[in-house]
Design a protein around this ligand. Structure first.
Ligand SMILES: [Zn+2]
Length: 212
């Protein structure tokens, strides 16, 4: 049986590309053009990975040959192939955020996540947890919800965002950085299609925490 090998951001890209495929298959008439779209989508998905086993590659490659009625089943198999976010206990969370008091996990959070994030309404702090090289890292910042919609730094979605300010340590100096980040981290997670901005943000803020 195929072991989970996909991450949440892969799932988001696959869902997006499946939508592209379904839209084109139902709107296009020319069979050759439809095939071109299929191959384009399949190549795009295979291009997400720097290395895949033969089994994993043929699994992704299925999309090249599916008809419309088979796509739902394919998406279900994709969801089952996503590596779940690590289980975390409240005691672990306290260790990740030693400078804040009584940080507790949100109830019933999904395990299909790129990062776990939530807002503490009382302290106006946003907490984020993300595994880097298998180690869970926690970072935090203060947030202020904006009245206007704009683009989230982490997922690129245009919507309701908060301005999140975090302390960083860079080039021998302490300063603060601010980013617009989705107010709702679950929504953010459904739109993340690459992890580079998230990782850059974590490394900057975590670097400060190491040097504090
Ligand atoms: Zn976002």
């Amino acid at each position: 049986m195929l072991q989970p090998f996909l991450y949440n951001h892969h799932l988001n890209v696959i869902r997006e590309q499946v939508d592209v495929l379904l839209y084109n298959v139902s709107h296009l008439v020319d069979a050759d053009v439809k095939d071109a779209v299929r191959h384009n989508v399949a190549d795009k998905l295979l291009g997400l990975f720097s290395s895949l086993s033969d089994e994993q590659a043929s699994f992704i490659n299925e999309i090249r040959y599916l008809n419309e009625s088979e796509i739902g089943g394919f998406l279900e198999r994709v969801e089952n192939a996503v590596i779940p976010f690590p289980e975390i206990a409240n005691q672990q969370v306290e260790k990740l955020f030693t400078r804040s008091k009584k940080v507790t996990l949100p109830f019933n959070h999904s395990r299909t996540l790129t990062y776990l994030g939530w807002n503490d309404i009382r302290s106006k702090r946003k907490y984020l947890i993300y595994p880097i090289n298998g180690v869970l890292i926690g970072i935090e910042g203060t947030y202020r919800i904006l009245n206007q919609r704009t683009t989230c730094y982490l997922c690129g979605r245009y919507g309701e965002v908060a301005h999140v300010t975090s302390e960083v340590y860079d080039k021998g100096e302490y300063h603060t950085i601010g980013h617009y980040i989705c107010v709702d981290s679950n929504v953010c997670n459904e739109h993340i299609k690459e992890t580079a901005p998230l990782e850059a943000f974590f490394m900057k803020v975590y670097n400060k925490q190491l040097n504090a």
